[in-house]
Design a protein around this ligand. Structure first.
Ligand SMILES: NC(=O)c1ccc[n+]([C@@H]2O[C@H](COP(=O)([O-])OP(=O)(O)OC[C@H]3O[C@@H](n4cnc5c(N)ncnc54)[C@H](O)[C@@H]3O)[C@@H](O)[C@H]2O)c1
Length: 355
């Protein structure tokens, strides 16, 4: 039986996620929430597949109202970033497993408030939604980083990310990513580095810097920490992974997944989007072309939603999915380092956020 689910945020990015929810087998939309009810009804009318007949008539302006009228045990949140904290706290308070798209929080205060709400209901899952860890190419890179058939102990690695992203949403309006300080690491770099956290967990220490970039055409007006950044992440075994990324570039040579190399005791990895190669002793022992990001990321999120349903019903990967919050911790550690120009102890920051 699919799990009855409330979906928050029906237009723009959320619209594709609603399609992913319709497409998935483990969850089922029973009600929607959006402050724009009429716009949401129109958006629901364009969904395809097995859409519940009267879903467009079940759009509410608050999660509380939706939950009062419909039985549901999961809530998926895809509203604007600045609304996440209140929505996550409300959803957990109503007793629902909650997945909120990255960045789940804009500040340490917001993050702590969600952790406090979660502490009252530790039986519920709280997940920071990410999509780029879920496609077959990302799963293969994770397998080679973690499993017996891969590179063995990681010695080092690097990731490059380089795109030109327009942050304007209208003549005078921009995504929060353009004006909330620190949202480059939280909303841009998190897509690549979540894949590192998913495979190797948190590094012990980080050092980072942010780019200063003004490009009005892109909505980049030089707000601190919104354009790009560089980082060095040191793991407990001494392995370092370096990162160089921008979403305010002059071209779009790389996709959102990032381009990667890793060196290990027993092999090396090279990944360019869906093309992955594993090298051992001068030979390429595996060379595969796999599905990387799906158009509109709909299939990536469909896989994520089915994994969430599985984690709730069978417990499979439940802890691992819960550790998606660690990606937020890592991004915050990078911002902390870039602000203070200091090397940051990630474990200590994590402990203070979960205290
Ligand atoms: N690849 C990705 O994972 C990816 C890509 C794009 C956007 N996002 C994230 O998705 C989220 C939504 O982005 P967007 O550009 O669609 O945002 P948006 O501002 O267009 O909002 C999306 C929807 O949420 C609704 N909404 C806003 N505030 C609300 C509230 N308080 N309660 C209920 N509904 C509310 C809006 O009416 C709209 O329909 C952001 O957090 C963004 O970072 C993720």
């Amino acid at each position: 039986m699919p799990i009855p689910t409330i979906h928050v945020g029906c237009r723009h990015f959320g619209h594709g996620r609603l399609q992913a929810l319709v497409n998935c087998k483990g969850l089922e939309p029973v009600a929607c929430v959006d402050i724009d009810v009429e716009g949401s009804r129109v958006a629901i009318g364009t969904l395809t597949g097995d859409v519940p007949a009267d879903l467009a008539d079940r759009v509410y302006t608050s999660i509380t109202e939706a939950r009062q009228r419909h039985e549901a045990s999961v809530c998926l949140i895809f509203a604007s970033t600045t609304a996440h904290e209140a929505l996550v706290v409300e959803s957990l308070g109503l007793g629902m497993h909650t997945l909120c798209v990255k960045p789940i929080a804009c500040s340490q205060d917001e993050f702590r408030s969600m952790i406090a709400a979660h502490r009252k209901r530790p039986d519920l899952m709280l997940v920071q939604g990410q999509n780029k860890r879920w496609n077959p190419a990302a799963a293969k890179m994770r397998e080679w980083l973690r499993e017996e058939n891969g590179i063995g102990e990681m010695i080092g690695g690097e990731c490059r990310f380089w795109i030109r992203q327009n942050l304007w949403t209208g003549k005078d309006t921009r995504q929060p990513d353009a004006f909330v300080e620190g949202l480059y690491f939280h909303a841009g770099a998190s897509h690549q580095l979540d894949q590192l956290v998913a495979a190797k967990g948190l590094p012990a220490y980080v050092t980072a810097r942010v780019h200063k970039r003004e490009d009005v055409e892109l909505g980049q007006t030089g707000v601190w920490g919104t354009a790009g950044g560089n980082a060095l992440m040191e793991y407990a075994n001494g392995a370092c992974v370096s990162y160089a990324g921008t979403r305010a570039g002059h071209a779009n040579p790389f996709g959102w997944s990032g381009h990667w190399t890793f060196q290990g005791e027993r092999g090396d990895i090279r990944r360019d989007a869906g093309h992955l190669q594993l090298f051992r002793k001068d030979e390429c022992v595996e060379d595969v072309q796999l599905q990387d990001l799906h158009a509109g990321l709909i299939e990536d999120d469909r896989i994520q939603f089915d994994a969430l349903a599985d984690a709730i019903t069978t417990g499979k990967d439940r802890d691992w999915m819960g550790h998606s919050l660690d990606t937020w911790v890592l991004m915050e550690a990078l911002n902390a380092s870039a602000r203070t120009l200091e090397r940051v102890d990630v474990g200590a920051l994590r402990a203070s956020l979960f205290a």
